[in-house]
Each structure stands twice: as C-alpha cells, then as structure tokens.
Design a protein around this ligand. Structure first.
Ligand SMILES: C[S@@+](CC[C@H](N)C(=O)[O-])C[C@H]1O[C@@H](n2cnc3c(N)ncnc32)[C@H](O)[C@@H]1O
Length: 351
C-alpha cells in the first residue's frame, strides 16, 4: 500500500504548512553507513572481508563507508571490539562541518544523546591528543537522564571516557566557567527527517500504536519529566524513539507544542552562542525538513546578533550529494538526493 495514503490529514497539513514535500516519504534509503575508528589500521580489502564485499568508501568524509541498507553490523567483530560505529552519513557530515583541528581544546555539544556525533567528535579529539599530548574534551549536555545513560555506555564501550564529560542539564540554561572553541547544537526537532523511523511508526497497525503499556509508561514518564524539568515537551518514550500515538500527535499536530519547539530551538541557539569563544564556530543542525525549524531560526538569529556570520559548513567537501539550504551557506541533506536521512546544517562564526 502506498505510504502516502496512510499519512493522516492532520499530518499532511503539518507537512504542507512547513513546506515539506510529502513524496519524501516514498523514498527508500538503499544504503546505511558505518564509521571506522580514525586510527584503526585496516585496509579496504580487509574491510571487504570482515564487513561486507559491498562496502564502499565515502570519499567526502574520511573513515565513513556505505553498506547495503539491510546489512547488520551488531555481530561484526569490529563492532564488538569498538572499532566500528553505525552512523548516518548526514550525521557524520554534521561533525565534519565542525572542522575539528589541533586548535580545538574544549568543545560543547548541546542535545548530545545518544551520542553518535559526540563519540565521533571525541574520537577526533583523541586523535589530536595522541599527536601532541594536549588533553582535549567534548562536553555533552542533554536533558534526558535515560538517553545520557545510553550515551555513557557507548562512550565506555569505545573507551572515550577521558575525552567526554556528560552533563544532565537543560541546554537553554546550561552555564559554564569556560567558553568553547566550537559548539554543536543538534537541536531537538520534529524529527520527520528520520524517515526510516517515522515509516516504522506510520506502518504499524493503529491498535499497536498506542498499547495500554505504552500509555501507562508515557503517563509515568511524563510525571517524572514534569518533576525534573519544566521546558521540555517530549516524553521519555519519544526520547528513546518509541513514540506513542499521543507523542506523534503532540509532536506534529499541536500548534502550542510546535511553538514550544521553535522557541526551544531558538533558546538553545542563543545559549550555545553565549558559550562560544570569540572567533569560535557554532554548528546548528536538525533532522527536520521544516523551514521554521531551520532557515527561519538562523535568519532570526543573525538579525539579532550583529557579530554572527554564516559560513560554508563544508570547507571543500564535494557537495554533490547534498543540496543548498533555502539561504546561502546552509546545507540540506535531502534523502532523495543523498541516500541518507534528512539533515539541515548551518555554521555560524562569532566575530
Ligand atoms: C536529535 S536528538 C540528538 C541526537 C544526538 N546529537 C546524536 O547525534 O546522537 C535531540 C536530543 O535533544 C535532547 N533535548 C531535548 N530538549 C533539550 C533541552 N532543553 N536541553 C538539552 N537537551 C534537550 C533530547 O533529549 C535528545 O536527546
């Protein structure tokens, strides 16, 4: 059955209002992506033998490879030993756009869990430290304890503890005594760019979408969240990517909740920028296709911050596989063009 027929009229309305082409949901991603630890010594022939004979090198981003979408990685020895990670190419590109180099000592990622980008950043810092002995760190802030627990276990698995500090905090309020060389804000968003995940939800029969157990969990975790935080609009289920119907509706269809997310994104941007050193770089990314959550946020931010300028996120990277955003110097990964999940990337320099 055509998946477009399964989208609810309200969801279609959301897509229309946000200027998102619903045909995007017809796209089937045929590739998945992996990352090899940057200093792990392995030849391409060995990767073909140990991972898949269909592995391909992604030339634009070092250490990233593609596999057919249905290849599993969990049983691979390289994965078990902590030398191989699963990461979408669009997420790897977000880290690549930070252009991490020897001058970067302290980095900050706000909205860091479950840590796909954070562990990539930490690996690149570890590599620099291996060369010159100078200790470096990425500070990861997230509002969800559950998701930070998952992040910590990934950090431990990949032995990156010395290069990562995790902080349970609202990213709009986080304060620090140091300013950061680079800041990544991988902002909470409506997530409809994660098409693979959204399709799983849309394809579920309606009675599976909102089981009693999920409803109960959802209520319990909502209470917990209300106890801990005041400004979040998501439940622990959505944060663990196990959406209930209620989560789905509130994420896309409730105008008040949508406004809350726009406000949250802008406050994250403001706070991240406040924590950035002069001449430092801030990258803002979301996995939403929505202009209101992407370009509009950046335009408003630039209007209010005279010392902020937009710079090209891809210092020399071949941009054939992604599209320009709706304003100059921003980038969009459009699944139909890039064979990845959706992603928006903007890079701002503080003059
Ligand atoms: C898109 S996910 C981040 C993915 C992550 N950067 C990665 O690459 O694995 C968004 C995250 O924002 C977090 N979040 C939501 N509201 C927040 C807030 N006010 N402060 C900090 N984190 C928040 C959520 O808990 C969630 O983990």
């Amino acid at each position: 059955m055509n998946i477009l027929n399964k989208l609810s009229p309200q969801f279609k309305e959301f897509l229309q209002e946000e200027g998102i082409d619903e045909e995007i949901f017809l796209f089937e991603q045929t590739l998945r992506y992996i990352r090899i630890k940057p200093d792990y010594q392995i030849t391409f022939e060995q990767l073909q033998q140990q991972v898949s004979n269909q592995i391909l090198s992604i030339n634009e981003i070092p250490t990233i490879y593609s596999l057919p979408a249905d290849e599993k990685i969990n049983n691979l020895q390289l994965y078990k030993d902590g030398n191989l990670y699963g990461i979408d190419k669009s997420s790897a590109a977000v880290v690549y756009s930070l252009d991490i180099n020897k001058n970067d000592i302290n980095l900050l990622e706000i909205c860091c869990a479950p840590g796909a980008k954070l562990t990539f950043i930490a690996d690149l810092l570890r590599l620099q430290t291996k060369e010159d002995g100078i200790q470096r760190k990425v500070f990861g802030v997230d509002i969800s304890q559950n998701r930070l627990n998952i992040t910590q276990s990934i950090v431990n698995k990949y032995k990156l503890e010395k290069f990562v500090e995790l902080i349970l905090e609202d990213g709009t309020k986080y304060k620090s005594e140091i300013l950061f060389d680079k800041v990544l804000i991988d902002a909470e968003c409506t997530h409809e760019g994660s098409i693979k995940h959204l399709k799983k939800y849309i394809n579920k029969p309606i009675n599976e979408k909102n089981t009693k157990k999920q409803q109960k969990n959802s209520k319990a975790s909502k209470k917990q969240l209300q106890k801990n935080y005041t400004n979040t609009y998501t439940t622990e289920q959505t944060k663990a990517n196990q959406w209930t119907e209620e989560d789905f509706n509130s994420r896309f269809l409730d105008q008040k909740k949508l406004q809350q997310i726009y406000d949250l994104q802008f406050s994250l941007l403001e706070n991240g920028y406040r924590l950035l050193k002069q001449n430092g770089m801030l990258v803002y990314s979301t996995c939403s296709f929505s202009q209101k959550q992407n370009e509009d946020q950046i335009i408003k931010f630039l209007e209010q911050n005279a010392d902020a300028i937009l710079v090209n996120p891809f210092h020399g990277m071949n941009q054939q596989q992604c599209k320009s955003g709706k304003i100059f110097n921003t980038v969009r990964f459009d699944p139909k063009v890039s064979n990845t999940g959706g992603m928006f990337i903007a890079k701002i320099q503080k003059l």
